[in-house]
Design a protein around this ligand. Structure first.
Ligand SMILES: [Mg+2]
Length: 235
């Protein structure tokens, strides 16, 4: 069966993301120290993270809405530390802008652009993310026919919704599609449930068996430079 669509996870697949988020949260906290010192007197950076995680547990319907949850957690922290209700919406917007600015300053892996350039000539490419990065701002939107996020679709990977939406949008069958991502559950298991081929991007060279007891990915690569040949094998 010919491969027609290749979908990519973004965070930790096309760039290293953990340091990006850590830096973005640090920038927000510094901004909060200047703009809302009453909040930072009461909340450490770790406590703000806890507050956000708590919100997701209490309101599971928000689990796909990462931007909304982040804004809501800042709003609650501002409310609980005696900020004027009239100032809160504006403050929340500013702090979230600060987060997004830093969040989109990513350093792509060295093979990301060469890989996307090569694949774009042969396949339809799409991005499927649970996060809130902006490919226009990052500068790689031109390589993708379309981009879907959990926020837009209303359900995060590994739930099938976003994969279904991608197949529907590209008008392709699961067996004509390969999904590439770093996460054993969100990416590999999520796509496999629908019969989509999977390439597990595993730069840390972890053992699949240590990560998951589910069906193995169709292929595993340790570097993005190995993807073209992995796709050839699947074809
Ligand atoms: Mg990822």
């Amino acid at each position: 069966m010919a491969i027609k669509l290749i979908t990519f996870d973004l965070d930790n697949t096309l760039w290293e993301n953990d340091t990006v988020i850590a830096r973005a949260e640090k920038a927000c906290y510094t901004f909060l120290q200047q703009q809302a010192p009453k909040l930072t007197e009461h909340y450490s950076p770790e406590q703000l993270v806890q507050l956000r995680l708590q919100l997701m547990t209490q309101q599971p319907h928000l689990s796909a809405q990462v931007s909304k949850v982040r804004k809501l957690s800042i709003q609650q922290a501002l409310e609980s530390t005696g900020h004027d209700n009239n100032d809160i919406p504006d403050l929340v917007a500013k702090i979230f802008d600060c987060f997004l600015q830093e969040r989109n300053k990513v350093e792509l892996f060295p093979h990301t652009i060469p890989l996307l350039k090569t694949l774009k000539n042969q396949y339809q490419l799409a991005s499927l993310t649970n996060g809130n990065s902006d490919l226009e701002k990052i500068g790689i939107a031109e390589y993708f026919s379309f981009s879907l996020s959990a926020e837009k679709v209303g359900a995060s990977k590994p739930r099938p919704n976003i994969f279904h939406a991608a197949l529907h949008k590209a008008n392709v069958k699961p067996e004509e599609t390969i999904h590439i991502g770093d996460h054993h559950l969100d990416d590999v298991h999520g796509a496999q449930q629908l019969g989509i081929h999977t390439i597990w991007f595993n730069p840390k060279k972890q053992r699949w068996e240590d990560q998951s007891d589910r069906e193995k990915p169709t292929a595993t690569v340790h570097c993005l430079s190995e993807i073209i040949s992995a796709i050839e094998k699947i074809r």
